[in-house]
Ligand binder design. Structure first.
Ligand SMILES: Cc1ncc(COP(=O)(O)O)c(C=O)c1O
Length: 448
């Protein structure tokens, strides 16, 4: 168990808040598909002296003295990543997923070049060229989309690529419940001469655990965050594949330069060490079993929700996440589910659905994921219980609809929040969720 003894003495205010966050995680359930619980070993590594060390540059070529040990750490982490993903080159210094993706642009494109990515309402990430992201201000973004069934429309990708001849194509998503087939992307990218980069932030744990095909044979570059299904610390890795080096033998060097001096200064050496620990954990046979159970649980949750009348985008899932289409019960109701589930200690998030009749701020969907629940040891039976609670919440909030008049929305949400805090049904569900969660301890918070 993490006691925070020194922190309690030095700064009781921060210590108390961290205790509260520990308690929230212990007594609630993270169904946010991009979150997980890193192991005690990973968290311990983050809180080490490596975080104090400045190490601008790369192993063997730093701008500061005293790097002989952290050089070994970064090399170890790099070697583990290369082995686990089967790539000849990695950069483990990006501070997180967004800077990693930005570095890919800097390494492969000039400002103003055309790029393509899945648009955000279809499940793409901000950094894949969404209009509110700098990636669409510095580069000309031509988004592709999902079809009416929520699947990536490869005809759309091919047509747009032939018409716009992009320099870079992103494949990968932040909210896609189905397997991404990288081969057709490769055919299109090769035909138009584009760099193809797979952003596997969401599925990297499933890729190394054998539950999702690897993009490595098909793409030139791969990026991944390290804190989602991979279950490491917050961070990211950029990889260059053999295919990438064949297209451009300087690509690895360009990626390194894009990170530093292009975008970043000193790497976070404690994070790099913790990524190394997470990769070591992910290389163990138990991790493959974990990845298998993540998918098993997602399918079980999908089936249990469908049994209770919920509609799912693509009618199910192949991976760790599912997207509930709430439109049958009303437009723009994601926010009501998000708040009501939060009230009872089930953390999920609102999300747009394909052709959402509402706006991204008041979307009509709910996204759920199983990586964190699986880490806590939950299985299909527990997913059945969780689906039951989600249905109970649906029944309890059935009177609340999103007003069509924008001016009325604030007042409705205010009334809704008051309803959540006073209606007995939510207090009772909250107690049930708490008792349930305490049966499945978060490893780093276990009593010792
Ligand atoms: C596909 C994808 N790429 C990149 C990112 C960005 O990662 P970060 O939040 O670490 O910047 C995310 C995060 O949600 C993501 O889902």
């Amino acid at each position: 168990m993490i006691h925070h003894l020194h922190l309690k003495e030095t700064d009781p205010d921060v210590a108390r808040l961290i205790d509260e966050e520990d308690e929230r995680q212990r007594t609630g359930l993270e169904l946010i598909r991009s979150e997980n619980h890193a192991s005690a070993a990973v968290l311990e590594t983050l809180a080490t002296t490596c975080g104090d060390k400045y190490a601008e540059g790369y192993p063997g070529r730093r701008y500061y003295a005293g790097n002989e040990i952290v050089d070994k750490i970064e090399n170890l982490t790099r070697d583990r990543a290369k082995k686990l993903f089967g790539v000849p080159y990695v950069n483990v210094e990006p501070y997180s997923g967004s800077p990693a993706n930005l570095a890919v642009y800097v390494a492969t494109c000039k400002p103003g070049d055309t790029i393509m990515g899945l648009d955000l309402p279809s499940g793409g990430h901000l950094t894949h060229g969404w209009k509110a992201s700098v990636t669409s201000q510095f580069w000309k973004s031509v988004p592709y989309h999902t079809d009416a069934h929520g699947l990536i429309d490869m005809n759309d990708v091919a047509r747009l690529a032939r018409e716009h001849k992009p320099k870079l194509i992103w494949c990968g998503a932040t909210a896609m419940p189905r397997v991404i087939d990288f081969e057709p992307f490769a055919q299109i990218a090769d035909e138009v001469g584009a760099y193809l980069v797979a952003d596997i932030s969401h599925i990297s744990g499933l890729v190394v655990g054998g539950q999702h095909p690897s993009p490595v044979p098909h793409v030139h570059l791969v990026t991944t965050t390290t804190h989602k299904t991979l279950r490491g610390p917050r961070g990211a890795i950029i990889m260059v594949t053999e295919k990438g080096l064949q297209k451009d033998p300087d690509l690895a060097e360009k990626v390194d330069r894009a990170i530093i001096p292009g975008l970043q200064g000193g790497p976070h050496m404690n994070t790099i060490a913790a990524i190394g620990v997470a990769l070591h954990e992910a290389a163990q046979p138990a991790f493959a079993d974990y990845a298998r159970r993540v998918v098993e649980n997602a399918k079980a949750l999908a089936d249990a929700l469908k049994k209770r009348g919920f509609k799912l985008v693509t009618d199910g899932t192949d991976n760790h996440l599912l997207l509930v289409d709430l439109t049958p019960s009303g437009v723009g109701r994601g926010v009501f589910f998000h708040l009501a589930l939060e009230r009872i200690g089930l953390y999920a998030n609102k999300n747009t659905v394909p052709n959402d009749p509402s706006s991204p701020f008041y979307p009509s969907g709910l996204r759920l994921g199983t990586p964190a629940a699986t880490t806590r040891g939950m299985g299909p039976q527990e997913m059945e219980t969780v689906a039951g609670w989600i249905a109970d919440v649906r029944d309890a909030i059935s009177d609340y609809q999103l007003p069509t008049e924008k001016e009325e929305r604030g007042a409705t949400l205010k009334r809704f929040r008051a309803f959540l805090s006073t209606d007995e049904r939510f207090a009772s569900l909250r107690s049930d969720v708490e008792a349930f969660c305490l049966r499945f301890p978060v490893a780093a918070l276990k009593n010792d």
